[in-house]
Ligand binder design. Structure first.
Ligand code: SAM
Length: 351
């Protein structure tokens, strides 16, 4: 996929770290030279320690755990502008060669689909059978690192998110006959494999929409004959009301808000609520600002996310809907690495 830096994040979603940076707080500020010197020295120490650990053949889990923790601390201490300067320094350090043996880190960094956070990357940390070959063909050090990165709290939270989505669909089916469901930015829709409602034929339809035609094709191939239908479509198209989708008992977006600036997130939620029937739900998930893998992700995985707190989620909800017309809740997953916002359109009044 060719990059077009002129596109914005609400358009055909060429999510790249460069594009994310353009939207980040750091873009406006120049890094302070004095701070940059100090933080660069701290970074060099952190990276050299990790490299020495690999050279000594220390257990990879400990090496990567310490590295990720130190990068998290450094990211927290550094001003946003200085942190942005540190990212390429880390990526060019010799230790990257060891870390890129990990299939998860490598896929994220290399971006075979041309953008960050594609559905095959998620398959790798979902431990989905379709990613077995990628993991098994990695060198022993890579598999050892993967045993750690795939069990990091953010990966565990991502797998829980998949289960929460399936449970939410099942709950919708339990309270609504012939329920209709829409997944925005569906990726490979792997949650469908966990849904008992889908297995038992209780849904009228489950529509998935994604900007990546490879993912759309994968869903339509893997879930053919189940009532699932995936279509090519973008957030931009939804904002423009470009698709005749009908209405749904559940609309959700998982792994999408992490890339959307607040203003676009608000507009998307407003459009999504137009697609929700009275009594139906809109659910959105976001990696939380409590994750500690952020420094490692932004450097060696080249995978920046817009992290949000419960307050940020409430901010999006309150800016999107008239609170007299909905019942809303915000909650964390079990290890607080992902935060969820759920809005139910009241059966009477409003919208
Ligand atoms: C991290 S994956 C999430 C996949 C799936 N929802 C899940 O939770 O496993 C992000 C997905 O969002 C899609 N995406 C990103 N930006 C988009 C946009 N602007 N419009 C439509 N899809 C988008 C990507 O193609 C990718 O499949």
């Amino acid at each position: 996929m060719a990059l077009n830096q002129g596109l914005k994040l609400d358009e055909h979603s060429l999510i790249t770290s460069k594009l994310m940076k353009k939207h980040g707080a750091a873009s406006a500020d120049a890094a302070d030279a004095g701070e940059l010197r100090i933080r660069s020295a701290e970074l060099a120490l952190v990276l050299n320690l990790a490299e020495q650990g690999f050279i000594r053949k220390d257990p990879a889990a400990g090496v990567v755990h310490n590295l990720a923790g130190r990068l998290h601390e450094l990211r927290r201490k550094a001003s946003p502008a200085v942190w942005q300067e540190l990212i390429p320094i880390a990526q060019e350090h010799r230790v990257a060669e060891y870390l890129l043996a990990d299939p998860f880190t490598r896929w994220s960094f290399e971006k075979p689909r041309g953008y960050s956070g594609d559905a095959s990357l998620l398959d790798i940390y979902y431990k989905h059978p379709s990613a077995d070959d990628i993991v098994q063909s990695s060198p022993p050090l890579g598999r050892e690192i993967y045993a750690y990165t795939s069990e990091a709290a953010s990966s565990v939270a991502g797998r829980e998110r998949r289960a929460i989505l399936a449970r939410t669909v099942d709950e919708t089916a339990a309270r609504t006959d012939s329920a209709e469901v829409l997944a925005i930015a569906c990726g490979h829709l792997r949650e469908a494999e966990l849904s008992s409602a889908l297995r038992q034929g209780e849904l009228k339809r489950w529509v998935g929409l994604d900007q990546d035609p490879i993912s759309v094709g994968t869903v339509n191939r893997d879930l053919a004959g189940t009532g699932v239908e995936a279509i090519d479509g973008s957030v931009r198209g939804i904002l423009r009301r470009a698709y005749k989708l009908g209405t749904f008992d559940l609309v959700y977006a998982s792994g999408l808000y992490d890339y959307l600036p607040r203003a676009i997130g608000v507009r998307l939620m407003q459009r999504a609520m137009e697609l929700v029937r009275p009594g139906g739900d809109f659910l959105f998930a976001n990696f939380s600002d409590e994750i500690t893998t952020d420094g490692y992700m932004e450097t060696f995985m080249d995978w920046p996310l817009i992290l949000r707190s419960a307050d940020d989620m409430w901010g999006i909800i309150n800016a999107s809907v008239d609170r007299n017309t909905v019942d809303a809740e915000v909650y964390y997953g079990s290890n607080r690495n992902i935060v969820y916002g759920k809005v139910r359109k009241r059966a009477t009044g409003g919208h």
